[in-house]
Design a protein around this ligand. Structure first.
Ligand SMILES: [Zn+2]
Ligand SMILES: [Zn+2]
Length: 371
């Protein structure tokens, strides 16, 4: 399917404008002219989860190939089916296209961390890694670029009521007689020992969850994307295409229903913590939890992420920097050589220690040695 590229151009010189996290506005890279992005007065709404699921069941979105014509050099290029914006591979002019999914983002967290700041934090993080291969450090110092992505996320609100069964453990002490051997003789002594008394319990806890966020993109692994949280969703702004200009952005590839399964796992950890508190005592066991969700709502929003990919020994390592908070998360390769050198060094030290123990006069001999 062919899409017309949506573009924003500088009033002063006609060059393309890109969103600049530094000025929080559109900026022209030729004449440095800026154009403010008007703040919309629209409120950020929550949408009914079950209503949306019923709607999606009757609207199966087809995967289509997106082709977009560059507004500057007129070349037509292909985008991945879930890409919303990118830059022309020939002339680097920003290109923004239309959404094809039935649920589109209604809100966005614009980048606040600039490319330079993200690079600085990334270098600092890599520098702090022990055993990282030198190649990785060289890669960071090289001219590689971080790529800014607006990645789709789901946020969920839900009221939960969880019935549980379990056991409460209370510690008590008993005095027991024990036979011990003192100076080769058997003796009877009394000792205090801890025991736990378990009593079956059941009950219920209620929770109110607000904006549990789940990444809806497969561009980077779930482990990395989930570790980029927390996101400050109180700073969400009504969606505006202008924030996408010059950045990569995507539609969701993890559906509303699958996203909710991940959200339920996150909520479950909080529910179990609350159940343990509700059980009380010194120790707790939970044997069953039955959670009911009500008033479940969702939002689909775009969150800013700087991404770097590093290839080492045929494996791709991903790094991501939260474009709102600056937090760095990544998979780290280990340099086997560096580890072997360190292990060798430790063994050498142990060896010297062994020698000194065996031959305590060795050090004296070394110092006394006077050829
Ligand atoms: Zn200009
Ligand atoms: Zn072009």
């Amino acid at each position: 399917m062919k899409f017309q590229s949506i573009n924003f151009t500088c009033e002063g010189c006609g060059a393309p404008l890109r969103y600049s996290p530094m000025t929080n506005s559109l900026r022209c890279e030729f004449c440095s002219g800026t154009e403010d992005i008007p703040l919309s007065s629209e409120t950020i709404e929550e949408y009914d989860f079950h209503k949306a699921l019923r709607f999606l069941e009757t609207h199966r979105a087809k995967e289509i190939t997106k082709k977009v014509k560059c507004s500057k050099c007129a070349v037509t290029f292909k985008l991945t089916p879930y890409s919303i914006s990118s830059n022309c591979p020939y002339c680097d002019t920003p290109a923004i296209t239309n959404f094809v999914k039935d649920i589109t983002p209604k809100s966005i967290l614009p980048f606040t961390i600039t490319d330079n700041e993200a690079t600085r934090r990334f270098k600092k993080w890599i520098g702090s890694l022990w055993f990282a291969p030198n190649k990785l450090k060289e890669f960071v110092d090289g001219d590689r670029k971080l790529v800014g992505y607006y990645l789709p996320h789901w946020t969920y609100d839900s009221q939960t009521y969880s019935r549980y069964r379990g056991k409460r453990g209370v510690v008590y002490y008993v005095t027991v007689e024990r036979t011990v051997i003192v100076n080769g003789r058997q003796q009877r002594v009394s000792k205090r020992e801890a025991r736990i008394r378990w009593t079956p319990v059941e009950g219920a806890v209620s929770n109110s969850f607000d904006d549990i966020t789940v990444g809806a993109s497969k561009t980077i692994s779930h482990a990395i994307l989930d570790n980029l949280s927390p996101w400050d969703t109180s700073r969400l702004l009504p969606f505006d295409e202008k924030y996408l200009s010059g950045f990569e952005s995507e539609e969701y590839t993890i559906g509303l229903d699958n996203g909710f399964e991940f959200a339920k796992m996150k909520m479950d950890r909080v529910i179990r913590r609350d159940i343990k508190r509700d059980i009380g005592g010194d120790q707790q066991q939970i044997s069953s939890v039955d959670t009911r969700h009500s008033d479940t709502t969702y939002k689909n929003a775009l969150f800013p992420v700087w991404i770097a990919k590093f290839k080492w020994k045929d494996k791709i390592y991903n790094y991501a920097i939260n474009g709102q908070s600056g937090e760095v998360v990544g998979e780290r390769p280990y340099s086997v050589v560096k580890i072997i050198v360190l292990v060798g060094f430790i063994l050498a030290l142990l060896g010297i220690g062994f020698y000194l123990e065996e031959y305590p006069h060795l050090i004296e001999d070394i110092f006394a040695w006077n050829p």
